[in-house]
Ligand binder design. Structure first.
Ligand code: GLP
Length: 240
């Protein structure tokens, strides 16, 4: 695991360069995207580079990590809406080649089809990840088996609590989500994970230096051959 400690601004710039590099060699790359507040600066940077003509998403296919159960893509808190608003509508991407798990069809067949579609596309070249305060990646909460593929999960109270800031009240936060599994994530050829802010300091330390255990889902990344972990000064407080 390569660890890069830098300012938020530089993290967005450096991570964006990974995409410039990949897409210049492989314009039809397969990108795994994430939501949450963490990737927003990176998405801003990708939009800027696209406007400047330094990167094109014209031929890429994307797969997002997860979606809330019960929200359709027009709901302003759905992850489909998030991606359309923060990235897809602002770059030269073909939206028909962007995939987000369905929050409405939660059947096992549809979940399995998501993994199959990733495989059929040739696998994810770069999977982007944020990290939950409890170490979740995607919505793989503590205890999720490392061998899991795309599936429906029940969100923990701590995750619903952390995400309630985006909803009118905690009662509006969905109780379930559909997420790529840990195995789906680990199958990606490269992984970029970003952690920002003081609240992530403890989990960053556990992820990098703690035991590899399903109790800390992100710890599995210690076993992946190509991970870049971008950490801002605050989130790196306990590992410096
Ligand atoms: C959500 C998402 C995760 C994300 C996490 C952290 O639960 N499902 O993919 O990494 O939140 O969010 P934030 O980046 O806002 O801290």
């Amino acid at each position: 695991m390569k660890i890069i400690i830098d300012s938020r601004e530089n993290i967005a710039k450096k991570a964006a360069l990974r995409y410039v590099e990949l897409l210049s060699k492989k314009p039809d790359a397969i990108l795994g995207y994430a939501t949450g507040s963490t990737p927003l600066d990176l998405y801003g940077e990708l939009v800027k580079l696209n406007k400047e003509g330094k990167i094109s998403f014209k031929d890429v296919t994307t797969f997002n990590l997860d979606e809330y159960v019960g929200l359709d893509g027009s709901h302003d808190q759905s992850y489909r809406y998030f991606m359309n608003t923060n990235l897809f509508s602002k770059v030269d991407i073909d939206v028909s080649k962007t995939n987000v798990p369905s929050g409405l069809d939660t059947s096992a067949e549809t979940a399995a089809a998501y993994d199959k579609a990733i495989e059929a596309a040739g696998g994810i070249d770069i999977q982007l990840l944020g990290i939950g305060n409890n170490g979740h990646i995607g919505f793989n909460e503590p205890g999720t088996p490392f061998g899991s593929s795309t599936h429906m999960v029940e969100l923990t109270e701590s995750t619903r609590e952390a995400n309630k800031r985006f909803f009118a009240s905690i009662d509006d936060v969905p109780t379930h989500a559909v997420t790529m599994g840990i195995k789906t994530v680990m199958n990606a050829k490269s992984i970029i994970i970003i952690a920002l802010g003081k609240a992530k300091a403890e989990i960053v330390k556990k992820t990098i230096y703690g035991d590899v255990t399903p109790d800390v889902p992100a710890s599995v990344l210690q076993l992946h051959p190509d991970v870049e972990f971008y950490i801002d000064e605050e989130a790196a407080e306990l590992i410096k």
